[in-house]
Write a protein of this length. Structure first.
Length: 189
């Protein structure tokens, strides 16, 4: 889930940071885990997949973390924290390792689902129709005939779908449609 991604642990307690780093490395294989005791102005936030922060660091760096709030996980010893916004996700670190791994899996899965939903929202309803037909194995001419649109319009929709989703192959689009519930395996020819 974190393969190829970087993680930043913002904690003044070095033992806490090392423990979380070990759990992440053993269970999720991130590309890089960095432990820091304060945020540096030179840190490139766009390169960090997740920021794990202690409650005191969350409060101290609140304004800086607002731009990356969807990637912030607050480390708490009782599963809740006192924040003014209530928007932070919380990881209860008072649990055992397997429970912490389960919590992290839920967080990462939810983020993947949210990312998938955001991708679908990018597509217009007509683009979704075209995507479904592409995934079902229809060629451009048949899609145009079925939707009563021109061949040129189908090609434009396919280009937009490819650009928005970043998926260039028919097999990739088919997998996307399957994974996002746009088609079922029975629909594929």
């Amino acid at each position: 889930m974190l393969t190829g991604k970087s993680v930043l642990i913002l904690a003044q307690n070095e033992l806490l940071g090392l423990g979380l780093k070990t759990v992440l490395a053993e269970s999720f294989s991130p590309d890089r885990v960095e432990i820091v005791d304060r945020l540096d102005a030179r840190t490139d936030d766009s390169m960090i997949a997740y920021f794990f922060v202690t409650p005191d660091q969350y409060i101290a760096n609140h304004s800086r973390l607002q731009s990356v709030l969807q990637r912030v996980v607050v480390l708490s010893e009782n599963g809740s924290i006192e924040t003014t916004d209530g928007n932070a996700r919380v990881l209860d670190i008072s649990q055992g390792q397997s429970e912490i791994v389960d919590q992290l899996q839920r967080i990462f899965r939810q983020d993947e689902r949210n990312k998938s939903v955001r991708s679908q929202e990018k597509l217009s309803s007509r683009e979704i129709e075209v995507l479904k037909l592409v995934a079902k194995g229809l060629i451009n001419k048949h899609i145009a005939d079925q939707l009563s649109i021109s061949l040129h319009t189908v090609i434009s929709h396919r280009q937009n779908i490819t650009r928005k989703l970043g998926i260039k192959t028919v097999s990739g689009l088919t997998m996307y449609a399957l994974l996002n519930g746009l088609i079922s395996s029975k629909d594929i020819r």
